[in-house]
Design a protein around this ligand. Structure first.
Ligand code: C2E
Ligand code: CA
Ligand code: CA
Ligand code: CA
Length: 278
């Protein structure tokens, strides 16, 4: 519940009625927004703690709305998830991410991209088929894509979802479990799903350098993940002390404002070069 509330953006100044009308109209506009390319995909750098290079990025969608301004995903992703718009939105983000990876690659910058996939999409066969088609016709090399499975509710159909994940793995896509530690069935996922990576939620990471209990949870999660053969990503790294703590705890990849905020395609080029000179 806490994780869902955290993500839902409230419009304090509005009445419930206005609030509802706004949601209904935003949802109606979303499909057109995708066609008009009002959605932008930004990228947040992920630092590989072994090589100290930017090795990957997370794709994060924003909406440049003609009248409401620049909207963060909290304003429209939950709406899209409740409707069928989330599949076309996700395909759009994936397509833009593949284009970016190929364009960086042409300049000699080899990166991987993590794309957020709502868990409920895993039970859609048509969605999985579309992904297979897009990935296999795009010419993107294997091992360049990570799907971060975001759990907004419990999985509709665990067996179907597990089968879908196996098909994605067969395409060379790595599977990460997002916001690890906040979900309802994280431990059972570790047992049944073909995962490659575990992404520790920022609520545990943010203060891990100064909160003993957070440090303990992060350290033991890293150990557990490594014993299961999984890569560990820590999100929400805001302080240099936190990064040092993560290094000493054996974390593989760090992401957060300390390293870089979500940024444009061009800025990724700059930050990647900065790290390779360091
Ligand atoms: P997330 O997957 O947990 O993404 C990380 C969010 O944390 C991003 O917010 C990012 O800007 C923010 N963040 C990154 N580093 C830090 C930090 O050091 N400190 C703090 N306080 N925050 C940090 P953003 O971009 O607003 O995205 C919010 C959520 O929207 C994402 O959470 C993700 O669940 C969802 N989302 C974004 N893009 C997509 C998408 O294409 N598809 C789906 N299904 N969901 C998406
Ligand atoms: Ca994510
Ligand atoms: Ca996350
Ligand atoms: Ca999170």
């Amino acid at each position: 519940v806490a994780a869902t509330q955290k993500r839902t953006v409230s419009f304090h100044a509005d009445t419930e009625q206005e609030n509802m009308e706004r949601r209904v109209s935003l949802l109606g506009e979303l499909e057109g927004a995708i066609e008009r390319e009002e959605l932008q995909v930004w990228f947040q750098p992920q630092l590989d703690l072994g090589s100290n290079e930017i090795a990957s990025v997370e794709a994060l969608v924003r909406w440049q709305h003609p009248t409401r301004g620049f909207l963060a995903p909290g304003h429209f992703i939950p709406l899209a998830e409740k409707s069928n718009r989330i599949d076309s939105l996700t395909i759009y983000v994936l397509r833009k991410s593949i284009d970016a990876l190929m364009a960086w690659c042409d300049e000699g910058i080899v990166l991987r991209a993590a794309v957020n996939i709502s868990a409920r999409l895993l039970s859609s066969r048509s969605f999985i088929r579309e992904i297979e088609q897009l990935v296999s016709t795009s010419g993107i090399p294997r091992d360049r894509l990570v799907f971060e499975i975001t759990e907004s509710a419990t999985l509709d159909d665990p067996e179907e979802s597990t089968a879908a994940l196996h098909r994605l793995r067969a395409l060379g896509i790595a599977i990460s479990i997002d916001d690890y530690g906040t979900g309802q069935s994280s431990l059972s996922y570790l047992k049944t799903m073909p995962l490659s990576e575990l992404k520790i939620d920022r609520s545990f990471v943010q203060h891990a350098h100064k909160e003993v209990s957070d440090a303990m949870l992060v350290r033991s999660t890293i150990q557990l993940a490594h014993e299961l053969g999984l890569t560990v990503v820590a999100e929400g790294v805001e302080h240099a002390e936190c990064l040092e703590f993560l290094r000493s705890a054996g974390c593989d990849i760090a992401q957060g404002y300390l390293i870089g905020k979500p940024m444009t395609f061009d800025d990724i080029r700059t930050i990647t070069a900065e790290y390779s000179r360091k």
